[in-house]
Write a protein that binds this ligand. Sequence first.
Ligand SMILES: Nc1ncnc2c1ncn2[C@@H]1O[C@H](COP(=O)(O)OP(=O)(O)OP(=O)(O)O)[C@@H](O)[C@H]1O
Length: 313
Amino acid sequence: MEAAAPRRHAAGTAIACDRLVRIFTGDGVEVQALQGLELTVAQGDLVALVGASGSGKSTLLNILAGLDVPTAGTATVGGYDLLEMSARDRLRYRRETVGFVWQQTARNLLPFLTTAQNIALPMQLKGGGRGARARHSARVDGLLEALEIGDLGGRRPAELSGGQQQRVAIAVAMANDPAVLLADEPTGELDSETGAAVFEAFRTVNRELGATVVIVTHDPMVAGEVRRTVAIRDGRTSSEVLRRTVTDEDGTESVSEREYVMLDRTGRVQLPHKFLEALGMEHRVAVDLAADRIEVRRDDAEGPAGAEPDDAS
Ligand SMILES: Nc1ncnc2c1ncn2[C@@H]1O[C@H](COP(=O)(O)OP(=O)(O)OP(=O)(O)O)[C@@H](O)[C@H]1O
């Protein structure tokens, strides 16, 4: 196979993963959790990552969070090369460039600190020199207000509901104004109404605080409401749905959805199972170039596969 040149990424790119591979080895068994994953996320985007259990979503998120290192490929987030970072850069990256919200509400907050103290802590760890105290305090107030948790500043996590804890967790993750906010199943432990309120908080930080947001989710409400939903299958991005709001002549707004499959640099696409099943396609398909499209048809050639004289390519 021809080696493809590394992709160039536009200036407005927040996340760029190119041929990302992560292999776990243990007890003599090798698991390829990511198998050449490609993903580009533009600055300011709000993206949901979906996929079956074991498809590689958490592995990807841990790499983007700087908690794990890929086996091969490239991954760049907010200008940092995640494969080449020194230990010192990695610490700074985790503190300043990415924020993280976990599914387990208790994992996001320190139980003995109040909401306001939890939000201030990442800023104190970063430091800031003269005037830092006043700046930190103003930032805490701003986040409490933006996330509509202003009346919860003095409470400890045990005194908050699950949904309130997740909104506080978002404020903590946003404390140092990271370029990218990552979340792993943030509504997974919440009922649908509470989950919707937490999702609204992600929208707020995306829209009002300018963070690029990537949410791993099984929650159809979250996956169906973002502009872009990327599906991961077997350690690769396989398809995505883009949504946009269209306004008709009467001024009525509606959301239009379009599904796309990913095309990698070697020309590979993963066609949706349901399409292949509907037309009984398997093993081999006929491909034709038309003026403005590529047509994929069932292989109706006679005789067993491989028997054709021109089938040697
Ligand atoms: N530390 C590890 N050691 C060995 N194998 C691992 C490790 N972490 C993940 N895996 C394996 O890698 C694959 C991808 O796992 P991952 O957790 O990324 O999937 P996921 O899509 O997040 O699944 P879920 O939706 O269930 O959380 C799985 O086969 C998993 O068993």
